[in-house]
Design a protein around this ligand. Structure first.
Ligand SMILES: Cc1cc2nc3c(=O)[nH]c(=O)nc-3n(C[C@H](O)[C@H](O)[C@H](O)COP(=O)(O)OP(=O)(O)OC[C@H]3O[C@@H](n4cnc5c(N)ncnc54)[C@H](O)[C@@H]3O)c2cc1C
Length: 403
């Protein structure tokens, strides 16, 4: 936490916070959750001239279950201090399907960046504070209620009022529930943080991926400076099978006995097309809104974009809430298109993972994978090729909403 002088009341030294201090203020914008969505929202709202309070239930810096893989799109969106937390740049991927049919995707220039979320998220919080937002950690939001012009939020440290509230409290969060977010799919991710093995040249700056046997599942190894994040993701509802997949993945890689520094699990969700983004003076961003790419489950770029747009809209909506509708329309136009394409590709992948693997082995497929990771193209742009989407839809067989 950066140190601040006592005569600078705008920025927070959270250890010195008293409830009465921040709870007595009527804030323009209250942001719930200080992940990438919440910190981006707090930063842009403060930059827009709003008086902003950012709350998180965890004591920061906090661990977050996440591979920490950043697409080029995410790198472009973050402040320099967050970019400085990148520990590894990857230009090499080893990909298997059911642990077989090994292929390698090498590029002379890196196409993925790796961060540890504990440092990355802390840097984003610091950027929000530097923009003027007040940050208070260790305080959980319990309940939300609204009058015509104010939102009252009950927390574990008393009630606080704001003109606009942004829910960025992650998957299954309280604000998402208040707004009525409807998940289109929910997955369970399990991860082990492993100390960098002695044969480190095999792991440095190389990503390992495997398309799993259970529909839509996959596994990864993401390298950091001194550790590897080894994880799997699979549709929620089969925790034993998900655990078995992680154990088999570690054994396949020769990492069964490697030193585990941290083991954790977390749910991810993606929204249905019509899931609400706003209720009254409350809007949602990032995982709280179900903004996540359904095929890869990449969520950081969605959190950064939706958070930044939510903050801009909230600052503009302090007097009249109209800009909050514009926020929902922007999400639908820009992120909705990517999610719709991702949902159809996920359906095709669930039924034909071997074919998807074969396509990646082609020169064109490999080039697309690298361009996608670099952020030079998006699934929304892919979806504009009608012939390609016709093929994907045929492979998908039935509507993604049926999942
Ligand atoms: C296993 C796994 C691996 C992943 N790997 C990647 C990856 O490599 N790349 C990628 O792009 N995406 C990845 N994702 C997805 C990514 O982690 C999320 O999409 C991203 O963290 C969403 O950011 P967010 O700010 O919306 O929510 P979060 O990062 O979840 O932040 C939410 C915050 O809200 C706080 N909070 C929750 N409830 C309350 C409350 N009641 N009151 C106050 N605060 C509250 C939490 O403490 C937390 O700090 C992965 C997800 C999982 C599960």
């Amino acid at each position: 936490m950066p140190a601040h002088s006592a005569d600078d009341p705008q920025v927070a030294d959270t250890t010195a916070d008293t409830t009465a201090d921040w709870a007595a203020t009527v804030w323009d914008v209250l942001v719930v959750g200080a992940g990438p969505a919440g910190s981006s929202a707090a930063r842009t709202a403060a930059e827009g001239g709003a008086r902003v309070l950012l709350l998180d239930r965890a004591a920061f810096p906090r661990y977050k279950t996440c591979g920490g893989g950043l697409l080029g799109e995410s790198l472009r969106l973050i402040p320099d201090a967050a970019r400085a937390t990148v520990e590894s740049r990857v230009g090499d991927a080893v990909i298997t399907s059911g642990f077989t049919r090994r292929m390698r995707l090498r590029s002379r220039t890196p196409y993925l960046a790796m961060v540890r979320r504990i440092e990355f998220d802390q840097a984003l919080v610091a950027a929000a504070q530097a923009a003027g937002a007040r940050f208070v950690d260790g305080v959980a939001v319990r309940e939300i209620s609204e009058s015509v012009s104010l939102v009252t939020v009950r927390t574990t440290a008393g009630s606080v009022r704001a003109r606009v509230v942004i829910g960025a409290d992650g998957t299954g969060g309280r604000v998402g529930r208040y707004v009525g977010v409807v998940p289109g799919g929910v997955d369970l991710g399990l991860e082990d943080e492993i100390a960098m093995p002695a044969d480190e040249t095999r792991w440095r700056d190389t990503v390992h991926l495997d398309w799993g046997g259970a529909s839509g599942s996959y596994a990864w190894v993401f390298p950091k400076r001194e550790s590897l994040t080894v994880g799997v993701i699979q549709r929620k509802g089969a925790p034993d099978a998900t655990r078995d997949y992680l154990a088999a993945w570690r054994a396949h890689l020769g990492l069964a006995d490697a030193t585990t520094l941290h083991s954790s699990g977390h749910l991810t969700q993606w929204r249905t097309d019509t899931s609400p983004l706003r209720r009254g003076r409350v809007i949602v961003a990032g995982d709280a809104a179900g903004l996540l790419e359904p095929w890869t489950r990449e969520g950081i770029s969605f959190a950064l974009r939706s958070g930044a747009w939510a903050g801009e809209a909230a600052a503009a909506a302090v007097r009249a809430p109209d800009p909050l509708d514009a926020y929902a329309a922007r999400i639908d136009a820009e992120l909705g298109a990517e999610q719709r394409a991702g949902a159809v590709i996920l359906r095709a992948f669930e039924q034909h993972r071997g074919l998807v693997h074969s396509l990646l082995r082609t020169r064109r497929g490999a080039r697309y994978f690298v361009r996608f990771c670099r952020g030079d193209t998006t699934l929304a742009r892919f979806a504009r090729h009608r012939w390609a989407m016709r093929i994907v839809r045929t492979l998908a067989g039935r509507s993604p909403a049926a999942r």
